[in-house]
Write a protein that binds this ligand. Structure first.
Ligand code: FAD
Length: 338
């Protein structure tokens, strides 16, 4: 275990932003986090795959890159299985390895970039499911106390792209392992429109976990810009949730808006709002190095040498414009690290 100084983070954030960490630590074992005293570093950043983050040009403090991997079934009963997985494991590879091992449930979450440790933080979701469905507990290190503890599902208070951890435990706590609990009986989820369309367009489609996995991979690779080609962090904004009355009034002026019922109200497509406001494929000014993707209006892309400021300014302009036009304040889904 060795601290590295003035370490470039460019290759480990999917925006591809040029960013330097004052101190960097590759965390391979839990004791790397517990044994040394890191309290001299007041600024601490935990980094996974860097796919939901906008980094500053320089991070004055310590960056912990969680590289603890490995997954295994730790409990098996007649009804369910519990899998323990290291926070540094690639999410997509984890999902694939579960299917290969006959453990089903996360097919719809295939091809989401990033690592397992970040999944409960914003409660990742796609195509009708969120990771909370099978979340059981997490093993966490408190860096200040240099102690390990467990947190179970209730304590995470999962919400839409949100959790207690994302709000209250942003700094000083590292998720090292997660336990997921899967029922033995597979419960396919094919409610999402894109999945239904793909199924009906596939001749003799056989409903198996592996086929859903492949279908989701196929849909996603056509829809979203690949960070290996164009720097981005997926959906930059959350879909806003408004009350029924507000939604109905909005429809009087904009009848083609898309919204669907959510437990907290009506969830409106932020992509549609941004597209209708004319932002798709646009950038703020000629010199700006950040723009809205012409493939998907929820995605901000790096046009070459984008910095934190380019991305912040563009997202701020979109937020203000949507507020002026629709009276809705968009919230960033991506973590801004300043
Ligand atoms: P990072 O970006 O490294 O970190 C994200 C946050 O979590 C940071 O605040 C960081 O400090 C914290 N963190 C990371 N690891 C730990 C840890 N072990 N302990 C404590 N804190 C930690 N998200 C979805 O929900 N659904 C999608 O469909 C989706 N599609 C995407 C598509 C693309 C092309 C891209 C680029 C991103 C997409 N995302 C999506 C967003 C992103 O992939 C997820 O949020 C993912 O879980 C982030 O993982 P990460 O390891 O890259 O996290």
């Amino acid at each position: 275990m060795k601290l590295q100084f003035n370490y470039s983070l460019k290759e480990i954030n999917t925006f591809g932003i040029e960013s330097t960490a004052e101190v960097y630590l590759n965390v391979k074992k839990v004791w790397n986090l517990i044994r040394p005293d890191y309290s001299i570093y007041h600024n601490q950043l935990i980094l996974g795959g860097g796919s939901n983050i906008v980094l500053p040009e320089r991070f004055d403090g310590i960056v912990f890159r969680v590289n603890i991997t490995g997954a295994k079934i730790v409990k098996e009963t007649a009804n369910y299985r519990i899998v323990r997985v290291g926070a540094g494991a690639s999410w997509h590879k984890f999902v694939k390895s579960l299917i290969e091992a006959g453990v089903y449930g996360f097919e719809n979450l295939a091809l989401i970039p990033g690592r397992v440790g970040a999944a409960p933080i914003q409660n990742i979701g796609a195509y009708g499911i969120e990771q909370e469905k099978y979340f059981y507990s997490a093993e966490i290190v408190d860096l200040a106390k240099r102690k390990r503890f467990f947190m179970d599902k209730d304590e995470f208070s999962f919400g839409y792209r949100n959790s207690f951890f994302k709000q209250e435990m942003k700094s000083g706590f590292v998720i090292t392992h997660i336990h997921y609990k899967f029922p033995l009986k597979w419960e396919p989820n094919t409610e999402y429109k894109d999945i239904q369309n793909a199924i009906s367009n596939t001749e003799n489609f056989e409903l198996t976990p592996n086929n859903i996995f492949k279908l989701v991979c196929d849909i996603r690779s056509k829809k979203l810009p690949d960070p290996k080609e164009t720097g981005n962090a997926g959906s930059f904004f959350k879909n806003p949730i408004v009350n029924q009355e507000f939604y109905q009034n909005l429809l009087l002026t904009y009848p083609d808006l898309t919204g669907y019922s959510d437990k907290d109200g009506m969830k409106i497509s932020a992509a549609k709002l941004i597209e209708k406001a004319g932002w798709k494929g646009r950038k703020l000014n000629e010199n700006s190095q950040a723009g809205i993707s012409d493939k998907h209006s929820l995605v901000i892309i790096n046009l070459g040498n984008a910095t934190y400021h380019d991305i912040f300014e563009l997202s701020e302009a979109v937020i203000n414009d949507i507020y002026d036009k629709y009276g809705i304040r968009l919230e960033r889904e991506v973590n801004m690290i300043s």
